[in-house]
Structures are given as C-alpha cells and as structure tokens.
Ligand binder design. Sequence first.
Ligand code: ADP
Ligand code: TYD
Length: 207
Amino acid sequence: MAGAKGKFITLEGIDGAGKSTHHAWLVDELLQRGKSVVQTREPGGTPLGEKLRELLLHEAMHLETEALLMFAARREHLAQVIEPALARGDWVVCDRFTDASYAYQCGGRGLAWEKLQVLERWVHPDLAPDLTLLFDVPLDVAQARITAAAREADRFELEKTEFHARVRAAYHMRAAAEPLRIQLIDGSQSIAEIKNKLEETIATFCI
Ligand code: ADP
Ligand code: TYD
C-alpha cells in the first residue's frame, strides 16, 4: 500500500513469562493481515549482536559493562535490521528492547536510571516501540515453567528470586508510566486465553 508505514512491536517480561511462545503466533497473525514482517530479538539480531549475546548471557562482568554491551548490540541491531526494515515499511517484531535494559540493568542490577537514559538518548533518540506487549506472571509461575522446560539456564535465569522480583517491579513501573504503549498481558492464563487477548490487542492496533 503506497505510503504504508511499518510499526515496531516489542515483547517483554521476566524470563519464563511466555514471550517466545507467543512471538511466532504474533508474526503469523500480522502476516495474515497482509503485513511484511521482520522478526528479531535482543540481545542479538545481527552476527555481531549474537556474539555479544553469547558474552552477555554467559560471561561474568561489571554491571556497567553489561549495560554498555547491551546498547552496543542494540546500536548494531538498529543500524543493520530495525531502522532499514521500518524505512521499507516492514513491521518489526522484536523479542525484548530497551524496556528490558531498564528492567534488568536498572531494576535487577541497580544501575542508575539516569545512566541508562543517557545510553537510550544516544543510541535511539528518535525511536521507541509503537506497541510493547508485557507478559506478566508471578515469579513462582515463571520459575516452574523454566524448570519444566529443562533448558540450560543463562546468567540472568540463574539470578536469585529477589533479582527477578526487582526486574518485574521495574517492568510494572515502565507500564504504569506509559500505559498506552505498554499493554500488560496476564501471562498466567492459558496459552489459548492469551492468544484471544493478543488477537483483540492486535486487531485494535492494526486499524
Ligand atoms: P520466555 O520467552 O518469556 O522466557 P517461553 O515462551 O520460552 O518464555 O515460555 C517458557 C515455558 O513456559 C515454555 O516451555 C512454554 O511452553 C511454557 N509456557 C509459556 N506460556 C505458557 C502458558 N500461558 N501456560 C503454560 N505454559 C506456558
Ligand atoms: P531472552 O532472549 O529473553 O532469553 P531466553 O531466550 O532465555 O528467553 O533474553 C536473554 C536475557 O537477556 C534475559 O534474561 C534478559 C536479558 N536482557 C537484559 O538484561 N537487558 C536487555 O536490554 C535485554 C535486551 C535482555
């Protein structure tokens, strides 16, 4: 469609909240609606970003190094994937973005919000997601799912319950500050119930 503009949708939530489960469904739904879709993730999404992801998920480091590497990967991702896709008019569905940095690096690790704001303004001063789906589940539900999935835990998943509680609280603060952009999804419902809710949200968003 001439003049159609792409949209930037991000998926957020604590580990085990259900982002990956609904990512593929969301992409299919947008494709069925005739959108051209690019699906990607952070940290990662480019060859360099995936190398940085390996370090970020498995190598111990200072909390500021962690924040800087997250944004280094993000800068590359924006330049190579996200910005060109949106410029073409594609829709971008991204598993995690800068809300995750506020939640994990500030909420979880204790990095000052002001320092993260500096990085955000540097790396993407004029870009924010059009829609963020925040999957919200109690910590015990998320932990039980991760355990049942029996996947190898990364550095973040290995953190204590208090860390994940702070991450979840920071996500809630972000959602309260930007209720129009950030849609809170009750991730403790069944997968079918969540799909119904997402269908409604996407139908409204695509109008
Ligand atoms: P995330 O990507 O947010 O870390 P996943 O989508 O990988 O989480 O989900 C973690 C595990 O929980 C997976 O094994 C998935 O099948 C399961 N799961 C996800 N959503 C639900 C749900 N609503 N009800 C039950 N199990 C779920
Ligand atoms: P994710 O891809 O969701 O992990 P998984 O594939 O195991 O579901 O994210 C990897 C981890 O990176 C996750 O624990 C959160 C963390 N993370 C940050 O700490 N800050 C960030 O800015 C991003 C994008 C991710």
